[in-house]
Write a protein that binds this ligand. Structure first.
Ligand code: PLP
Length: 393
């Protein structure tokens, strides 16, 4: 990008788009071409062997997808970036590319449900040692990391109870033993938190969530140190979880408004969290922007906003959740987050559906918990909606 030190809102709009597109088009063309042709065989050879930049085959790289990779790279301040068909594609390809028989990964119990399943079921058969610590027990994490490991995998804030990990502190511990630090930054978004600036080596996003922002396309992104991104890219090129041009375009379009959306969602989520905190029908509210949140002090030092997701436990049990949720009018009861429209659901049917009730209890996820992903609606309407649904309980 040839602009001088652009701010994030500018980067989200312009990064990767400063070259002239096909016939002067002012939006990114959707290049739905599988292969790219060359009349000059020497040029073809140079592109195929990486001597010259260009595209050969869309499982490897694609011009539309490349613009998206440039946007996330610059928003996270990373050396390199690549992309995947889904967020889980990014996570699984990264873990399998960096780990192997005899290697060790240290992570936490509260990772995203799918990630947790990779740790508990898919890595161990490859003789990979997986150690999962209590999510906010930094001493336990430091002790396990100091024993030696290859990858330290973090996710902060976590899903669904918004726990916070100190990225600076844990990155220092990881680098003392030469481990690679990977952070799932999906909940924070690059607007609120930049893990690379805090010491992480790689950052992952489920672009399906806030980055796209409209719940109409899936994608995964990875950015960070060039040599590490290249390693994962080589694995993904062959394993084939590549992002296609059509969803890449939808994600790109969503990203233009990323800063606008996140600023609004940060403000609305904080207001809603404060409101719920004082409501008599609410047992507990989890939002890192609340001073009462145990991770608030760390969040204050590593996040510039606290994000659009909060969760709250109703006084009662799963039956209370079943009575409450259908009374909300301004939500989709659905298993996603980070959209322009408000989405809500219990972890039992959404993020942690893969786990049993006992496993969820072990993770400290109450059965009366509701995850509430604040959209861009007017916050007064969202507050009124919550008020009427709680009053009807
Ligand atoms: C949704 C999500 C994922 C998985 O992303 P998909 O695009 O659904 O594969 C990973 N991590 C977090 C924190 C998520 O919320």
């Amino acid at each position: 990008m040839d602009l001088l030190n652009p701010k994030k809102g500018t980067t989200a709009v312009w990064a990767g788009e400063t070259d002239r597109f096909f016939k002067g088009a002012t939006t990114v063309p959707v290049v739905n071409s599988v292969a790219f042709s060359y009349e000059d065989l020497d040029e073809w050879y140079d592109v195929a062997t990486g001597k010259t930049s260009g595209h050969i085959y869309s499982r490897n790289t694609n011009p539309t997808v490349h613009v998206l990779e440039e946007k996330i790279r610059l928003l996270e301040g990373a050396e390199a970036a690549t992309s995947f068909a889904t967020g889980m594609g990014a996570i699984s390809n990264t873990l399998f590319a960096l780990l192997g028989p005899g290697k060790r990964v240290v992570s936490v119990k509260d990772t995203y449900g799918g990630t947790s399943k990779i740790f508990l079921e898919f890595l161990p058969p490859y003789a990979i040692d997986v150690t999962l610590c209590e999510t906010t027990d930094h001493e336990a994490l430091e002790t396990e990391i100091a024993k030696g490991c290859d990858v330290v995998y973090l996710e902060t804030p976590t899903n669904p109870t918004l726990k916070i990990m100190d990225i600076r502190r844990l990155s220092e511990a990881a680098h003392r033993v030469g481990a690679v630090v990977v952070v799932d930054n999906t909940f924070a978004t690059p607007i609120n938190q930049n893990p690379i600036q805090l010491g992480a080596d790689l950052v992952i996003h489920s672009a399906t969530k806030f980055i796209c922002g409209h719940s109409d396309a899936m994608g995964g992104l990875l950015c960070g140190k060039a040599e590490l991104v290249k390693k994962v890219f080589s694995f993904r090129e062959i394993n084939g979880a590549s992002l296609q041009a059509d969803p890449a375009y939808l994600i790109l379009r969503g990203m233009k408004t990323l800063e606008l959306r996140i600023e609004r969602q940060n403000a609305s989520a904080l207001k809603i969290a404060k409101y719920l905190k004082t409501h008599p029908a609410i047992e507990d509210v989890f939002y890192p922007g609340l001073e009462s949140h145990p991770g608030h002090e760390i969040a204050r030092t590593q996040m510039s906003g606290y994000g659009g997701v909060l969760s709250f436990a109703l006084k009662g049990n799963y039956d209370t959740v079943k009575a409450f949720l259908p009374k909300l009018k301004l939500v989709h009861l659905a298993a996603s987050l980070g959209s322009v429209s408000t989405l809500a659901g219990p972890p039992r049917t959404t993020s942690h559906v893969e786990l049993s009730e006992e496993q969820r209890a072990l993770l400290g996820i109450p059965e009366s918990l509701i995850r509430y992903s604040v959209g861009i609606e007017n916050v007064e309407d969202l507050l009124a909606d919550l008020e009427q649904a709680l009053a009807a309980l």
